[in-house]
Design a protein. Structure first.
Length: 653
């Protein structure tokens, strides 16, 4: 029996201790659960999953825990649902923790907590923090402002001398997690940060989704198990197909997003990319295609600006489709500015901020929040956008979210209903994503949220971050974004607007957005074409096992390197970056996942796209390593390796 199965059975099958907790009136959940009627059902919807449904009921309250055990992975997940099954309001329900469990270890073991910075438009986005949990000490980590990866990523790891757990939280709202140690035990609690409410008759709420991976041995290998689980059981499959890497392009940096864009210049840019031999999968139209009173920030009037697009966006999307180029179009339904048609027509659908907006929150007095917990409002937006997507020929739906919603939610809670506005909002958002995908044949959703601030597990099951951060182009930050997100996510994206290979390689991701001014003839189009061709060879590996080859660092005087390894055929890639102030001309790295008994052919491509072939034994690669050499500061190397010859390396013999 696996550790995850044993752990789950102790808490669900045998009912010894629930993995969640709450306070209900004067009773702690342990007391309430022990006196409640209990029903446990198990089903197996497929060969990979076993679903446990555990229901407790007593007087006014029903508590249902739906847990999923993954047969092929040491991972369990659950969500808790609470419902008033009576005819009168319930006592106060508070301190609701979706996860509340003690993980036992040995008192003398060193226990470390690994967390990461979220997206903050900074070179340090997704930076790793590792800290020892001392006896008697505690640590609280929370998102900031109501967006789940603003401030901190909702992914954490406990390591007790190569035994540990990884924790993923699914809640596109305000979450908090606490860790406290007593001798060898660590108590972990996580959930929505604030819940204190009465449930009205018939009302049902949910907690955040909790997923826990149990692992032993190498924490990097454990992360690759998690990546495979993400690929197999979580990643969106648009139109029923596995998501493949792609290249998009936009004119956002030439036309103030879309404020100065029109039908003619959009078509011009598409045509220019293709004329230069740069193939595009998608053309990207971002913020500002609607009437906006001079700034894309003014949202809430959802119609095409016919002065600039007299035939609608379809004139652009249709032109692209004829040339094999799909379309990505930006929307931001949740943030609404005063003076828009929506504020005039339906102020009852909008949440207003408090008089004093909390310091550090991205919100303004003239911004409103479309209440997705209002079923009428959500229904209107869903129907409108489904119709708009069809009429305008849109292939990928991009949803931004440039507002911190927490103060709006809490301002609109009643005293004995704290947390309810947020809960209903989160439920509405997820319902919208689900319905949009259902009604549009599994359309791919891009979740932006100011660049990478909605990366929780529930969102990642429905959408992908095509802009993982709004910190664009600068190479150190781009390298760190790939390094920081790859342990958890297998699909993300970023922009590119430089032809120098090291800058281009720094930003390579499963989705890349080319941001060049195609009116310029001085661009080095030959190098751009080479970069795009090289990317096409490298990027299929980005869904495979990820191995950091150097420590994470934002410093300019070091090398950074990583590897992606395909277990199926033993091939892979490695990228090495000598940063701008690094005095070291070489870096020795030992590749991971290598078969020591095999012979490997390596193709090493330098900053000038010059190729060198080497033949090395697997034992040499994995034990002695390979020396990456680059005499130029601010330069890079791309390495492809394989056991069997014949792959297209892009190197001219």
């Amino acid at each position: 029996m696996s550790i995850s199965t044993q752990w789950l059975e102790q808490r669900l099958s045998k009912g010894e201790e629930a993995p969640f907790s709450f306070q209900y009136g004067s009773a702690a959940s342990a007391e309430w659960l022990s006196g409640a009627d209990r029903r446990h059902e198990v089903s197996e919807p497929d060969e990979h999953r076993r679903i446990h449904k555990l229901v407790y009921s007593k007087e006014l309250l029903s508590v249902e825990c739906v847990a999923v055990e993954y047969v092929d992975y040491p991972i369990v997940e659950w969500t808790v649902y609470l419902q008033n099954i009576g005819t009168q309001p319930s006592p106060i329900l508070e301190n609701l923790q979706a996860l509340d469990a003690v993980f036992a270890g040995e008192a003398e073991r060193e226990i470390t907590l690994m967390s990461q910075r979220g997206s903050e438009h900074s070179v340090r986005d997704f930076e790793f923090y590792e800290e020892r949990l001392e006896h008697g000490a505690g640590r609280v980590i929370a998102s900031v402002g109501g967006r789940p990866s603003n401030g901190h990523l909702p992914y954490l790891r406990l390591n007790a001398s190569n035994i540990g757990i990884s924790l993923a939280i699914g809640w596109p709202g305000q979450w908090a997690a606490s860790f406290s140690r007593c001798e060898g035990e660590v108590r972990v609690r996580a959930g929505q940060e604030r819940v204190r409410l009465r449930l009205l008759p018939g009302e049902r709420i949910r907690t955040p989704l909790i997923a826990i991976q149990f692992w032993q041995g190498d924490s990097v290998e454990a992360q690759n198990v998690y990546r495979r689980w993400m690929n197999e059981h979580n990643a969106p499959r648009p139109h029923g197909r596995q998501l493949s890497p792609f290249v998009a392009a936009c004119s956002s940096h030439q036309f103030s997003e879309m404020e100065k864009a029109d039908e003619d210049n959009q078509k011009l840019f598409i045509n220019r990319y293709l004329e230069e031999g740069v193939p595009l999968d998608y053309w990207w139209m971002d913020a500002g295609w609607y009437p906006n009173r001079g700034s894309w920030v003014n949202t809430g009037t959802w119609e095409v600006d016919r002065m600039r697009f007299p035939r609608g966006l379809k004139a652009v999307t249709e032109s692209g489709h004829k040339r094999g180029v799909g379309s990505i179009v930006w929307f931001e339904p949740e943030r609404v500015t005063t003076g828009s048609s929506l504020t005039e027509a339906h102020p009852d659908w909008l949440l207003s901020p408090p008089e004093t907006i909390p310091q550090g929150h991205n919100a303004f007095p003239n911004w409103r929040l479309l209440d997705l917990g209002n079923e009428e409002a959500r229904r209107w937006w869903t129907d409108w956008v489904v119709r708009f997507i069809e009429e305008e020929g849109i292939d990928i739906y991009r949803q931004d979210f440039n507002i911190d919603p927490l103060s709006y939610w809490r301002e609109n809670d009643e005293e004995d209903r704290q947390g309810m506005t947020e809960i209903r909002y989160v439920e509405g958002l997820l319902a919208f994503f689900d319905e949009l995908r259902e009604r549009r044949g599994g359309i791919l959703i891009d979740t932006c949220a100011s660049g990478g601030r909605r990366l929780d597990l529930e969102s990642m099951r429905r959408a992908v971050p095509l802009t993982r951060s709004d910190y664009h182009f600068e190479p150190v930050g781009q390298q760190c974004q790939t390094y920081g997100l790859s342990p958890w996510l297998t699909f993300h994206g970023g922009g590119i607007m430089h032809t120098e290979p090291h800058r281009f390689r720094s930003a390579i991701a499963p989705c890349n957005i080319l941001c060049f001014d195609m009116r310029e003839t001085s661009i080095d189009y030959e190098t751009l074409r080479r970069n795009v061709q090289e990317r096409a060879r490298l990027v299929p590996y980005y869904k495979e096992s990820f191995y950091p080859l150097t420590p994470f660092s934002v410093e300019e005087d070091v090398w950074m390197a990583w590897q992606f390894h395909r277990e199926a055929d033993g091939s892979g890639i490695a990228l090495g970056f000598r940063r701008q102030r690094s005095e070291e001309e070489s870096l020795s790295v030992r590749l991971r996942g290598i078969d020591a008994s095999a012979e490997y052919e390596l193709t090493i491509t330098d900053e000038r796209h010059r190729c060198e072939k080497r033949r090395l034994s697997g034992r040499t690669l994995s034990e002695q390593g390979i020396l990456l050499q680059e005499r130029t500061k601010g330069a890079s190397l791309a390495i492809h390796y394989e056991i069997i010859k014949g792959a297209d390396t892009g190197c001219e013999e």
